[in-house]
Design a protein around this ligand. Structure first.
Ligand code: GTP
Ligand code: MN
Ligand code: MN
Length: 348
């Protein structure tokens, strides 16, 4: 009971964006379990419950000491283990969501082998996902992220001299591994970045670096957003979901298993590319650095506490009925009335 009370004594501020959460997690066992429960809830479409679990996990991550009693989890309902495992294998395929997995399970397809053998027609993303299943489920290390960065920088420099490539996502927060590598690309001269993504993609493709890519074009128009429809989400940039064919450096080796016939010449890596105009760069940088929960909490803080609307494009102040400009993350935190939190402390 004492330990449970200690958690309450620690009682951290309620928004994760008010807290500093490093990678130094003293409660990994607990937060892993809570993350599993969150995934469980999300898989069954119970997003609200999922977020609740994620908030709980994040609160524990910020504690300076391990929690030793689980009494606070006493009433948590759990789902059956097997169905969860099946869903996890199938949704572990890039391009396969819960809906598709559910449909396949309904058709009696429970394993990758069954999917390969008797499989239904797969779309382009799913075919790439199935073909590179092991690679795409193997964490990407920092050295590999750096190798991808070198390729993306070469591509950007070649198709648009002066373009700036910034590593975002988990690696910018200091993580040692990630499920993908994320980049934000801009050009210091507003407008020069327009149409950059197709050029970038065709350069990468021509050099043999792409196993799969899907590009979405930019659809963000500030005038159209307006006060009536404030900038609501972050999906309007030129964006590319891709799978890179990354050459493995000699000596770095393959899957780490060793003795599987020596190092492979390349591995598949998930890469996300986002292009933003320089005027929106700070917002894009903040919005794509994560963590996802940190982002969610920033937007919740902006809305509930500041009567503002934050997206990866802009910050709108409803009280003043105007957009607040910013050319750095520090300025955005200041607009939001929050103490600046550097990327390495946004691991909520
Ligand atoms: P790992 O890749 O697992 O290491 O973690 P990560 O934090 O890098 O996650 P991820 O690559 O999925 O996302 C990085 C950031 O981009 C997060 O802050 C997300 O909120 C943001 N992001 C990624 N995908 C989307 C998307 O489709 N829409 C929006 N709005 N944001 C996204
Ligand atoms: Mn990432
Ligand atoms: Mn990503």
């Amino acid at each position: 009971e004492q330990q449970t009370e200690e958690v309450e004594v620690f009682s951290t501020p309620s928004y994760a964006c008010q807290r500093r959460t490093t990678l130094d997690n003293h409660n990994a066992v607990l937060t892993d379990a809570l993350s599993l429960l969150a995934e469980n809830a999300e898989l069954s479409g119970e997003d609200g419950r999922g977020v609740a679990f994620r908030r709980a996990a994040a609160a524990l991550k910020a504690l300076p000491l391990p929690v030793t009693r689980l009494t606070q989890l006493g009433g948590v309902p759990c789902l059956g283990g097997h169905s969860l495992r099946v869903i996890k294998v199938l949704t572990g395929i890039f391009g396969v969501g819960v809906k598709t997995a559910g449909r396949w399970i309904g058709e009696g397809i429970l394993t990758l082998r069954q999917l390969r053998d008797s499989g239904p027609t797969l779309n382009r993303a799913q075919r790439a996902g199935l073909r590179h299943y092991d690679d795409l489920n193997r964490p990407v290390g920092r050295a590999e992220a750096a190798a991808v960065a070198a390729v993306v920088e070469a591509a950007a420099g070649s198709v648009l001299p002066g373009a700036r490539v910034t590593l975002i996502g988990g690696f910018r927060r200091g993580k040692q591994t990630g499920h993908d590598v994320d980049f934000l690309i801009t050009h210091p001269e507003e407008g020069r970045e327009a149409g950059l993504m197709p050029k970038l993609v065709s350069w990468l493709d021509s050099q043999g670096f792409l196993l799969y890519q899907k590009t979405n074009s930019n659809s963000y128009l500030e005038a159209a957003e307006g006060p009536a429809r404030p900038a609501s989400n972050m999906d309007r940039f030129e964006r590319c979901f891709s799978v890179f064919k990354l050459p493995e450096e000699a000596g770095r080796g393959g899957a780490g298993a060793g003795g599987e016939g020596g190092p492979r010449p390349w591995r598949a890596v998930r890469v996300d590319l986002v292009v933003s105009p320089v005027s929106q760069f700070a917002f894009a940088l903040l919005g794509w650095t994560g963590s996802k929960l940190f982002e969610r909490e920033l937007r919740r803080w902006a809305g509930h506490e500041m009567n503002m609307c934050l997206s990866s494009h802009a910050l709108y102040d409803h009280r003043q009925s105007r957009y607040l400009r910013a050319s750095s993350e520090e300025e955005i935190f200041a607009h939001l009335g929050l103490e600046y939190i550097p990327p390495s402390e946004r691991n909520a």
